[in-house]
Design a protein around this ligand. Sequence first.
Ligand code: ADP
Ligand code: ADP
Length: 230
Amino acid sequence: MGKIRLENVTFSYQQQGVAGPVVEDVSLTIREGEFVSFIGPSGCGKSTVLRLLSGLSRPSGGRILLNGREIAGTGHERGVVFQHYALFPWMTARDNVIFGLRQCPGGMTRKNVSAMADRYLDLVGLHDVGDKYPNQLSGGMQQRVTIARAFAMDTDILLMDEPFSAVDARNRMKLQELLLELWRKGEKKKTVVFVTHDVDEAILLSDRIVVLSACSKGIKEQIEVGLSRP
Ligand code: ADP
Ligand code: ADP
């Protein structure tokens, strides 16, 4: 259950100095389990679209439907990984992942939650850092904990805003592979909406690329890429 539909969505920031809407008349359907990337020049509204999908902002016009129902605020069906959405610094890596697990409704015992968190840390290659705090980990490791936390959350939808932009090229490739692997193997096929300014990254990861236009503030074109993927 991760179907997303945008109907004539428009958004303007209230602050002075921003002329006109940042997102204008965007209509789009994202299928359940689909991996869609948004690309486009800086400032074209990619992050804004993601904030709208997360429920952190509300459309000024049009509407956004999740599984046929208009979204109201942030919800537990959506996991969020933002570029600067860091880990909770006062929690160990394991507790950060446990926080993700706690977002899911099914009652889990304390022991199960901890074992599950370790399983996800293991999946991202961090089996031995569960007790470390974020500031004791490298940037790339922190990012992997964020991914573990996002996948541990029992959500149908994963929203990712340039999650790998702070990571060097070599580690970025590893994280991209890891993300695809988790997405393919996951117990639940998540719908992923991924924002990036890296075209190669979008081609590698996505079923479909949505190109936002800088000047007209709408969708410029959509490219299906999934067929070329192994
Ligand atoms: P992108 O993610 O594609 O770089 P954004 O969605 O971050 O684009 O921003 C789209 C436009 O909205 C930009 O012109 C940006 O300056 C403006 N903008 C973003 N956030 C705010 C804000 N909080 N207040 C006013 N304008 C904003
Ligand atoms: P909700 O009320 O559904 O939990 P929130 O907006 O509080 O919605 O959070 C949405 C998701 O973003 C949460 O499930 C959580 O995993 C994550 N989140 C919220 N706050 C933070 C934060 N400060 N740092 C990292 N992740 C966070």
